[in-house]
Design a protein around this ligand. Structure first.
Ligand SMILES: [Cu+2]
Length: 132
């Protein structure tokens, strides 16, 4: 009888220690992950995401048509004194871009995306997203 109680007590201590040990490391990696993961991701993003730049100058997009791979990013930069606003056929819109402002969008799905300037609808451009 005494032996049983002793065994139960030992098992109880082991269980308690085990619980403490599983709890403590669980907290520590969470903290380290929060610190290390964004750093790693930040280092990966510039090398992994292809970026294509489009200039807005003299009321025109240049180049007017670009071909990119799925997952690539397009960055529009307004070099005009006049404000421009990107409106993509997907419904995505930029705010009014002043001179020097830029707008970026990532295109994940293959297809052709026509966009215009919401302020000057005669300004048109096209993004072709293709794996080929
Ligand atoms: Cu415009």
């Amino acid at each position: 009888m005494k032996k049983t109680i002793f065994v139960l007590a030992v098992l109880g201590i082991i269980a308690w220690l085990g619980f403490r040990m599983t709890q403590k490391p669980a907290e520590a990696p969470t903290t380290t992950n929060q610190i290390t993961t964004p750093t790693v991701d930040n280092n990966k993003i510039p090398s992994q995401v292809e970026t294509t730049n489009i200039t807005i100058k003299n009321f025109a997009f240049s180049p007017v048509e670009v071909k990119i791979k799925p997952g690539a990013k397009v960055v529009w930069t307004n070099q005009d004194n006049a404000p421009h606003r990107i409106e993509i056929a997907t419904g995505e819109k930029s705010s009014s871009l002043s001179q020097g402002d830029n707008f970026e969008s990532v295109f994940n799905k293959a297809g052709e995306y026509v966009y215009i300037c919401g302020i000057h609808p005669s300004m048109k451009g096209k993004i072709i997203v293709t794996d080929k």
